[in-house]
Write a protein that binds this ligand. Structure first.
Ligand SMILES: [Ca+2]
Ligand SMILES: [Ca+2]
Ligand SMILES: [Ca+2]
Length: 455
C-alpha cells in the first residue's frame, strides 16, 4: 500500500505558494465535501454518515449515522453520495442527500432531505424514491440552481446505456426537481423530471460564470467528458462517446441534437467532483474549474485538475494538474469563500476506494482579508515534532481530559489506546514502524484526528 507522502507541505502555483495541511483523517471514503454557510465543512461518507468538520481544528461531529439504511458498506460504488444544503439555509435548514438503499442485488436510489437542528440531522423526508440503482454507475451529484431547483445526476446502473436513451427512464439523466419533489412546470416536458439525457455516469456538477451548469462524466474506456448542461439536450451515451467524430456518431448526433463535450480524456482518468474557482487568493486559478480526478481503474491519473476557462466560460483553454504525487484518488473539492483556501477529499490509492482517508487544505497564507469571520474553535489536538522518531508530544483541549485516544496506522492497525490524563503528554513510540499514523481523540464535542509520520 502506498503511504501518504509528507515530503512536501508547500506547493508553488505560479507566484502563489499554497501551504498544505491535513484538516481531518480517519474518514471512510468521503464522497461529498461542501463549504457550508456556517463555515464548517459538511461531508458525506459513502458507507452512510454525514460529518460536520470544523476546518481549523479538524473537530468532526457525526451528525447522521445511516450506515444501516444505506446499501452496502461503502466499499463499492453505491452508498451515501451527493449532498447539497438549501440555498436559504439560515431560514430553511434543510440538507438534501442522495443515497442507495435496498438489499443484495436489489439496489435503489433516493433523494431525501433532513432538517438540521443544530446538533444532528433529523426528520427525513423522501423527495424522490425508487430510482433504479446498481452495483456500478449510480451518479449522483446534486446542485441547487439560482432558480431554486435541484439538478440531480443519475447513472445508467451499468445497463450499457439503454436507460440513458430511454426518455421515460430516470436513469442516465440529469433530473430537475422542485425541492418538495414535484416536477417544475418549466421542465422540457412538464410531466417529466428529465432535464437532459444520454448520460452514462455524471459525478460532478457545479455552477460556472453566467449561471452556466458544468458537469463531469465518466466514459467507459475512453472519453471522460466535461460538459455544459443545456436543457433538453442529448449527451449521446451509448451511441456517442466524446465528440461526434465517427460516421455513425455524426449520423446520430445530427438526428438527435447531441451536445458535444468541451473536453475529453482518453484513456479515462475518472473525473469527479467539480467547483468553479474565482477567488483572488490564488490569482493563477481564477476563472477555472477545479476538478477532482480519481485516476482510473489502473490508478494512474490521480490529481486535481485546474481547467482554465475562457472569459465567457464556454470553452476550456488549458489544463494544469496538481497533487499527482499523493497517489491518492481525489473525490471532491470545496472552497472557503472567505480566504480562498481549497479542500480536497482523498479516497485511497485504488478503485473503488479504501480508507482511512484525509481531507486536505491548500491555502495561500499570504492572502489575508479583514472579512474572515472567526470560526468557533471547539476543541483541538496538537502534536509535534512531525515527522518524528522515537517520541511524540501531544497537547489536548480540556474537553478531552478523562477520555481515551487511539493511535492508528494507515494500514488500519490500532497501536495505542490511552487515557488523556493531562493536557500535555509525551509518548514513547520507538516501537512504531516507519509510516503514517493518526491520533484519534473523542469527546462529547466530537472527534479530532491528527496525522503524523514516523521516519
Ligand atoms: Ca462538493
Ligand atoms: Ca457525451
Ligand atoms: Ca466520439
Amino acid at each position: 500500500m502506498v503511504q501518504c507522502a509528507h515530503s512536501q507541505d508547500t506547493w508553488q502555483v505560479g507566484n502563489t505558494t499554497l501551504t498544505e495541511r491535513d484538516v481531518a483523517t480517519g474518514i471512510m471514503i468521503p464522497w461529498e465535501i461542501i463549504w457550508g454557510p456556517d463555515d464548517y465543512i459538511w461531508a458525506t461518507e459513502r458507507r452512510g454518515k454525514v460529518l460536520r468538520i470544523e476546518p481549523e481544528t479538524g473537530n468532526i461531529q457525526v451528525i447522521l449515522d445511516y450506515d444501516a439504511q444505506v446499501h452496502g458498506n461503502g466499499n463499492g460504488e453505491p452508498g451515501m453520495l451527493g449532498m447539497a444544503l438549501h440555498p436559504d439555509f439560515e431560514n430553511t435548514p434543510l440538507v438534501y442527500i442522495v443515497y442507495n438503499y435496498g438489499t443484495g442485488f436489489n439496489i435503489k436510489e433516493r433523494l431525501v432531505s433532513f432538517e438540521w437542528n443544530g446538533t444532528i440531522l433529523e426528520n427525513e423526508v423522501i423527495i424522490l424514491n425508487d430510482i433504479p440503482g446498481g452495483g456500478i454507475h449510480d451518479g449522483s451529484r446534486i446542485l441547487f440552481t439560482p432558480d431554486g431547483k435541484i439538478l440531480m445526476s443519475t447513472g445508467d446502473t451499468g445497463d450499457g446505456g439503454v436507460s440513458s436513451q430511454n426518455i421515460t427512464a430516470l436513469n442516465g439523466k440529469i433530473l430537475r426537481i422542485n425541492p418538495d419533489g414535484s416536477i417544475p412546470s418549466d421542465n422540457p416536458d412538464p410531466t417529466s423530471l428529465v432535464y437532459s439525457w444520454g448520460h452514462r455516469n455524471v459525478q460532478g456538477l457545479c455552477l460556472g460564470p453566467n449561471d452556466l451548469i458544468y458537469s463531469s462524466e465518466h466514459g467507459q474506456q475512453t472519453n471522460d467528458e466535461f460538459n455544459i448542461i443545456e436543457v433538453g439536450r442529448n449527451y449521446g451515451w451509448p451511441n456517442v462517446e466524446g465528440v461526434c467524430d465517427t460516421g455513425a456518431e455524426q449520423t446520430f448526433c445530427d438526428a438527435n441534437n447531441v451536445r458535444e463535450p468541451l473536453k475529453t480524456w482518453t484513456p479515462c482518468i475518472a473525473v469527479n467532483g467539480i467547483e468553479y474557482y474565482n477567488h483572488p487568493a490564488i490569482p493563477e486559478w481564477q476563472n477555472s474549474v477545479l476538478m477532482a480526478v480519481l485516476g482510473g481503474l489502473g490508478a494512474q491519473y490521480e490529481r486535481l485538475s485546474v481547467l482554465h476557462m475562457s472569459v465567457d466560460g464556454l470553452t476550456i483553454e488549458s489544463e494544469d494538474q496538481y497533487f499527482s504525487s499523493f497517489n491518492q484518488r481525489v473525490r471532491d473539492v470545496c472552497i472557503n469563500p472567505h480566504n480562498g483556501a481549497v479542500y480536497i477529499a482523498l479516497n485511497g490509492a485504488s478503485y473503488p476506494g479504501v480508507g482511512p482517508n484525509i481531507i486536505k487544505e491548500f491555502r495561500n497564507l499570504d492572502y489575508s482579508t479583514e472579512s474572515i469571520s472567526e470560526s468557533i474553535k471547539i476543541q483541538k489536538v496538537e502534536l509535534w515534532p512531525n515527522p518524528t522518531q522515537n517520541e511524540i508530544n501531544l497537547r489536548f483541549s480540556e474537553s478531552f481530559i478523562g477520555t481515551t485516544f487511539k493511535i492508528i496506522s494507515f494500514l488500519g492497525q490500532e497501536v495505542r489506546d490511552l487515557k488523556v490524563d493531562s493536557l500535555e503528554m509525551k509518548l514513547d513510540i520507538s516501537d512504531l514502524a516507519q509510516g503514517t499514523y493518526y491520533v484519534k481523540a473523542n469527546s462529547d464535542l466530537g472527534t479530532v484526528t491528527r496525522t503524523f509520520v514516523v521516519q
